[in-house]
Design a protein around this ligand. Sequence first.
Ligand SMILES: Cc1cc2nc3c(=O)[nH]c(=O)nc-3n(C[C@H](O)[C@H](O)[C@H](O)COP(=O)(O)O)c2cc1C
Ligand code: SF4
Length: 447
Amino acid sequence: MAKKLLLEYDHVPGISTLDVYRRHGGYASLNKALKDLTPAQVLEEVKTSGLRGRGGAGFPTGMKWGFLARPEGVPRYLVCNADESEPGTFKDRYLMERIPHLLIEGMVLSSYALGANTSYIYIRGEYYYVARILERAIAEAYEAGLLGKNIFNSGFDHDCYVHVGAGAYICGEETALLESLEGKRGNPRIKPPFPAVAGLYGCPTVVNNVETIAAVVPIVRDGGAAYAGIGVGKSTGTKLISASGHINRPGVYEIELGVPVEEFIFSDLYCGGMRNGKKLKAVVAGGSSVPVLPADLILKTAAGEPRLMTYESLADGGFASGTMLGSGGFIVMDEDTSIVKNLWNFTRFYHHESCGQCSPCREGTGWMEKILHKILDGHGTLADVDLLWDIQSKIEGKTICPLGDAAAWPVASAIRHFRKEFEEYVTRPASIRDVKHYYRLHSMAEA
Ligand SMILES: Cc1cc2nc3c(=O)[nH]c(=O)nc-3n(C[C@H](O)[C@H](O)[C@H](O)COP(=O)(O)O)c2cc1C
Ligand code: SF4
């Protein structure tokens, strides 16, 4: 049975309340840290654990915390990124909705290690009801003395606030998030300086994903070494995966990093195989921003090794034949899926969500959306497919924030692995294109 560190008690009735959470070991890690460990020791445990940021980039959390500037007399902040707008990703919502106190305990623990007396949970506007759940849990924690002054008589004070965003994907990018939290338009900042030096209100700030912060609770409870003992190589611990698409059992799964992708898709422990007995066509393994892979390459690397659910194995082969674990938004597509239509949908999203500061992203996402629409509409040409490739190559790496890359990679990978499908769309006889035209427009509108 796979080990669960975050979702062990997610089905216990009332686990969202402080009382039931505490009866299942809740706030024991915080008690342990505040009584027995110095902030530096908590930081050391996180470093030892090998925990990597669960928001998408997989940056080592302990190292990030170690970068936090500590000038005398200047406040430091912890900000939790609960924006979760990446298409296909819904794991943070599940965690916050089911076990809000796990996040709050993680917030206080992490803040203790960082020396932050104030923290914020920035949550996307569409998760308004989850924000209410968090606020209720925070009120319970204040009432019980788990937030506020002198927590567990340790002398450590901490206040935690929930801030509801307006529902923009770009506000998940950490510097856009900080702008938004400061009450401004959510435009990404040019870096450096990085938030660890000049973040919220110009003060040293750590921004971490919901799941990253929650993982600090079992790390402190069991020790960093125990956490590092789970997983494979530099992919330690467990990871929440939100699985969706044409599978029998969509949902949020906590996996031990290192599970073979084949097992994750076909085992009844996880996705339960393909819906209606269809064939697997492709997978977007880590949210809409990562390269799509065809069935053969998601199950096995180009060298024929079984592909594992780890940062390294999924990336094996680079972008020629690999992808990324990303945020863990695992989207499975069956043989009936149109890769071109799916790509148009993703590209439409990026065009809509681009903040518009950089020309390659602002203009390029719009062009790509229009060309894909033209192809789907039955009026594309082979030159359009080449133009799409050219545009995406001129966005990647040339923008202020990674939203540009996130828009370019799905286009590049779809053409790289499924070029034939694009060619079929643009070389069909005109009469067939016209017959399909009405159907396509209507099915797009329904999608
Ligand atoms: C366009 C864009 C959207 C992002 N959305 C999120 C998000 O919703 N949640 C998240 O944790 N990180 C998101 N990130 C990544 C954050 O910028 C940042 O790397 C992350 O919050 C750091 O936390 P971690 O180290 O715990 O992963 C996004 C990045 C980009 C470029
Ligand atoms: S890459 Fe796109 S979203 Fe990011 S700063 Fe530039 S225009 Fe804005």
